[in-house]
Design a protein around this ligand. Structure first.
Ligand code: AMX
Length: 470
């Protein structure tokens, strides 16, 4: 298996900026016609200047305005509640949940373009929204799908590497390693070495981000097929189809409802403002001007932790243990006893709690709605529903858990299981494919805004004691 897709980069067109600048009418290239107004890069570029000016003016008038206080507990306590980052793509309200550029998940389900005949939003549309702040048209979303299809081919050294990993290497380790190895293709690293002016950094970072996002489903599919499908070659990418559709075909899932689920899944996991581990790690490493491949690799290593993205795997491990130990039909009393047993043994209930949220995660709610619509009688879904009523009061009773409500990870695995994806160790890879959309759009904005190397001040306990006394 030398190349993972049968597409060459030349088989579809990439509109040059020169062409765009000289034409606003339809442009014919390599078999299809696209309008200049459908070009994401042009739409993004048009936003840079005005937003740079807005930020500059804001900093000039308020650069010294205080926005909060830092306590000793915040410094020891994982910086909870400390305002220290600026992220444009999304904001997380503790009581309401995520808003992507001001739009809630139900807004996005309503407003973002769908696949023909589909009901769920296309992740391409959310990417456009995150990057530009605008809801795209269907034509704009199709143009992103085509562009990602055109950029999807993997270099052979990455395919060879993936094909030679031992089967006991966790899928997330394989995923992160492949992303790092893809940096052989980095246009930013090359342009930087060639002396690119800093005002232009955003351009190759945009190009790398587009290439990387396009390639991630192929990387993820290669891992899946190697581990669970006897090394089957991923199906060729259809440039007329969307990103999620092509992914599901590559891993051998033909059910259109699974593809719909994947469109929703890959949309809702994209972004959760800037302070979560995967977003923050990507941003931090990117601030050293490490290229987007290395930056995302760092983010994915963070996502692989059980308190963050790996929780979706942990939830299924937990549900499987519940089913084995007390049965899928366990009653509330049995479930309560089981959950207390888990807590008393010093473990967390995976899928519950959040560092920022103080209500049920709307990403949980929309997956629950999907389940109520498509798999209301599924036994595992019923178990998840029962836990939704049993777990929060118990966590409240502990007196220390600040948010007893379920997060995104409490629900996602059940839906995947229903459609036949039983391999729970793989689930965080799906989260990672989606998260790339959010963190890469932020990375492009970081470079467009010229944000500097991130380097907060740390202190020793001794130094802190002296400071407090003073
Ligand atoms: N089960 C048991 N105990 C929990 C708990 C849970 N689900 N959530 C929080 N706690 C405990 C903490 O471990 C902490 O205990 P300690 O004082 O003995 O150390 C105490 O409650 C206070 O924690 P908190 O302020 O409420 O939460 P936090 O901001 O420190 O941590 C999180 C947030 C997500 C790590 C935590 O809720 C947790 O471990 N949840 C389970 C793992 C999980 O679902 N992670 C996924 C989160 C979403 C994501 O990133 N994908």
């Amino acid at each position: 298996m030398a190349m993972c897709t049968q597409l060459s980069k030349k088989s579809l067109f990439l509109l040059s900026k020169a062409k765009l600048a000289s034409s606003t009418g339809p442009v014919a290239a390599a078999g299809f016609v696209r309008h200049a107004s459908d070009d994401l890069k042009s739409a993004f570029e048009a936003k840079i200047g005005p937003f740079q000016a807005e930020v500059k003016a804001f900093r000039q008038s308020h650069g010294n305005t205080k926005v909060g206080e830092i306590t000793v507990d915040m410094m020891y306590g994982g910086m909870r509640g400390m305002k220290g980052l600026v992220t444009e793509t999304s904001v997380l309200d503790p009581d309401e949940g995520i808003r992507f550029r001001g739009f809630t998940i139900p807004d996005c389900q309503d407003k973002l373009p769908k696949a023909p005949g589909g009901q769920e939003p296309l992740p391409e549309g959310l990417f456009w929204l995150l990057l530009t702040g605008e809801i795209p048209t269907e034509a704009q979303v199709q143009s992103v799908s085509k562009e990602w299809a055109a950029r999807a081919a993997l270099p052979s050294h990455v395919v060879n590497m993936l094909n030679n990993f031992p089967a006991n290497l966790h899928p997330m380790s394989q995923f992160a390693a492949a992303i790092a190895a893809l940096n052989s293709e980095s246009k930013f690293a090359k342009a930087y070495a060639d002396g690119l002016h800093k005002s232009k950094y955003w351009d190759p970072v945009y190009e790398d981000s587009m290439d990387l996002i396009a390639k991630l489903p192929v990387v993820a599919a290669t891992i899946y097929n190697n581990l669970y499908r006897d090394g089957a070659t991923p199906a060729p990418i259809d440039p007329e189809k969307d990103w999620a559709h092509n992914f599901t075909q590559m891993i051998g899932y033909q059910d259109p409802m699974f593809t719909e689920l994947m469109r929703l899944y890959l949309t809702i996991h994209t972004d959760h403002e800037g302070g979560n581990v995967s977003a923050h790690a990507t941003h931090l490493v990117g601030s050293a001007l490490s290229d987007p491949y290395l930056s995302l690799c760092a983010g994915m290593c963070g996502l692989a932790g059980p308190l963050h993205g790996l929780a979706n795997q942990e939830v299924l491990v937990f549900l499987s243990k519940v089913a084995k130990d007390i049965g899928l039909d366990a009653n509330d009393e049995q479930l309560k006893e089981y959950v207390w047993g888990l807590l008393k043994s010093g473990q967390v209930v995976p899928g519950y709690g959040h560092a920022v949220l103080r209500k049920t995660d709307p990403r949980y709610t929309c997956q629950r709605e999907f389940a109520l619509k498509h798999l209301p009688d599924d036994k595992l879904f019923k178990l998840v529903s029962n836990l939704y009523s049993v777990v929060p009061p118990i966590l409240m009773e502990t007196g220390k858990v600040k948010n007893p409500w379920p997060n995104v990870d409490a629900h996602s695995g059940v839906l995947l299981q229903y459609y036949g994806m039983k391999e729970m160790n793989y689930y965080t890879v799906l989260f990672g494919v989606s998260r790339a959309l959010g963190v890469c759009s932020s990375l492009v904005w970081d470079r467009a805004l010229g944000l500097p190397l991130e380097r907060p001040k740390s202190m020793s306990t001794e130094g802190l004691k002296k400071l407090v006394k003073a």
